[in-house]
Design a protein around this ligand. Sequence first.
Ligand code: NAD
Ligand code: TYD
Length: 341
Amino acid sequence: MGQTILVTGGAGFIGSNLVRFILENRPDDRVVNLDSLTYAGNLESLADFKDDPRHEFVHADIGDGEKLDEVMGRVDCVLHLAAESHVDRSIHDPSLFLRTNILGTQSLLDAVRRRGDSIGRFVYVSTDEVYGELPLDDKSQLFTESTPLKPNSPYAVSKTGGDMLARAYWHTYGMDVCITRCSNNFGAYQFPEKVIPLFVNKPIEGEQVPLYGDGSNIRDWLHVLYHCEAICRVLDDGVSGEAYNIGGNNERSNLELTKMLIELCGRDESAIKHVEDRLGHDMRYAIDATKIKRELGWEPTRSAWPAALEATVQWYKDNRDWSDRVRSGEYQRFYEQNYAK
Ligand code: NAD
Ligand code: TYD
């Protein structure tokens, strides 16, 4: 039987891909998409689902308890993605991150708790950044679910707070909670402040790409649709109270990634500008996703790289107007023009 799934942050990068994934792959389910439309929220990413009766958009903040009470009356489960998500911004404004990612998560958990048993599973979409960083010189080390949490940036701390709160609501109140901890995502509709869309847009426009430090930092890249698939797998079959790592098994240094991106944009290495490093820049993230493979049968397809990266670069080339409208601010008028009464 179909369910009505509340997706918070469904106008963001992963959220909009997840809403699309659910509507396209789970025909019996409906989505209530709740998002406050911060700078990172872009309803144009779901323009083709604007009039879909299975997609309801609610313009609200996860901190607004009254609004949440109203929405909770018509949903069966929750996928919680709404967050401030950019590490560089968190370095300049930690308090916004703590407010949204910790207190906002608490507000949402409380709203679910007020509904008692009428709401089933709550999935908290966390991040591999809760584990801190790994050394560059020992590739045998990977993050597992039992790696101690040791977040380094204000963003990572705020996500760890939300992650731990979600677990505490399972432990204390017996709520049905699962947690996912995923590595770096790439794909369509990512806000152009993040490294992949930024490093496609700049070379196309004849500019240099600002690579932090020497580019030796490593990230484990996963296509966003695999992440969406894994979140749904945890929603359906995860064990309550458990956390699941999700990763691409696909470690790349920033320099390697940068070279691939500028080449795909037809530029040579003169398009790289080494700039001052990010404060506290984590060296390496690498996920051991054995548990979700063993217990839920999910695994990333390694062959997705580099084809999925090439397809993503092509998407940004083919959708210049989407990026242009983000950068001009035009995208922020979409809600008023199409939804607000
Ligand atoms: P994003 O910044 O693109 O989207 C975040 C969305 O949350 C936006 O639509 C924004 O409007 C909304 N939002 C922010 N504050 C809100 C509030 N108070 N109330 C309601 N909505 C609010 O982020 P993303 O990259 O799509 O990440 C989504 C989630 O996945 C985040 O929780 C992030 O921590 C997690 N995550 C991201 C990655 C990644 O590589 N991007 C990897 C692992 C986990
Ligand atoms: P980002 O996309 O911000 O994701 P995260 O910090 O969550 O991993 O950055 C990915 C990597 O790219 C990270 O190691 C920082 C680096 N980076 C740059 O070198 N230059 C940039 O302008 C940005 C935004 C990121």
